[in-house]
Design a protein around this ligand. Sequence first.
Ligand code: TRP
Length: 344
Amino acid sequence: MSKFKELVFSGVQPTGNLHLGNYLGALKRFVEMQATHPCIYCVVDLHAMTTGHDPATLKSATREVSAAFLACGIDPAKNIVFNQSRVPEHAELAWALDCVARMGWLNRMTQFKEKAGKDRENASVGLFNYPVLMAADILVYRATHVPVGDDQKQHLELARDVAQKFNNDFAESIAENGHGDAFFPLPEPLIQGPATRVMSLRDGTKKMSKSDPSEYSLIAIMDDADTVAQKIRKAKTDAAPLPSEIAGLSNRPEADNLVGIFAGLNDQTKDQVLAEQGGAQFSAFKSALTELIVAKLAPIRAEMIRLAKAPDHVDAVLAQGGERAREIAQPVWASVKDILGLVR
Ligand code: TRP
C-alpha cells in the first residue's frame, strides 16, 4: 500500500472544436473517474503557448474546453476544474523539476520530435520543456492516477522518472523534513477502454485530429444531427459485412474504428458489439452508430450552447477551482522549497 492518497489529475489542451476522440479518450473517462476518486481536471493553457498561439483564440478555447468539462458531467462542486495559469505553483515547480530532468530524457520524447518537425533549431524552448511542465502539473498535487490517451504514455513515464530522481537525489533532505522515504508518488497512467484511440473517419490508420484538413475525418462534439449523419454515411469502410468476432477486425482499420466508437459510447466491449451486430451490412450499422452518437452528444451540445452564453459562470467556476487547487498546491510547493533549501 502506498502512503499517498489516491488522487486523479488530468489535463486537456485548450483547443477549439473538440471531437469524438477528445470525448471518448478523455472527457467521458474523466466523468467516470468521479465515481471512485477525488479528481482534479485542468485546462492546460500554459501548454497551449508552446507552439505559438493567438491570445484571443486561447481565451475562447480555454472557456470552451472548460464548458465541455461541465457539459459532459464533471461536477465542479465535488471535484476541481480550473485553468492551469491560475495556479502559479505549476510553473514554479516546473522550474525545480527542470533542474532534475535530464536533457537526454527530453531528447527522446517523440511528441517533441513530431511537433518540432524538421526545423528543430527553431522550436520554442517551451515545446522542449513541455513534458516537465506536465510532470509538474501532476506532482504539484502529488496525484497518483492520470487518465490519458496512449499518446501520452511516454510523457507519464518521464513524470515518473522525474519524481523518482527527485526522491533519490534529495532523499536525505526529504527524510529530514519529515516526509519519510519519498516525497512524490510515481503517478500511474490509466489507459484503457475500447476507444482510447479514435481514428480518422477517412483513414483508419490516422488519429482523429482537429488539424486534419478533411472536415469529414472527425465528428465534433458540437456537430448537429444532420452533420453527424452525413459524416458517418461518408465514413470510409470496406465491402465486407461486420464480423461476429474481434479477430475479424484485423487489417480492417476503418471497421475496427467504427466498432470501437460504438463500443466506447455504448459502454460495451468490441466483442459485445460484434456479438450483437456481427453479420450486419455497414449501411445498417452506420444508422445505428449515427443514432447512438446523436443521442450521446445532443445533451452535451445543448449544455455547451447554454454555457457559451454564460462566460461569467464558466469563469467563476474556474476561479473557484483555481482557489481550491492552490490550497493543495501551495503546501506541496512550500515543502519542495524546504527540501531544496530555498529559504522562505
Ligand atoms: N499533454 C497532455 C495532452 O496533450 C495534456 C496535459 C498537460 C496533461 N498536462 C497534463 C495530461 C497532466 C495529463 C496530466 O493530452
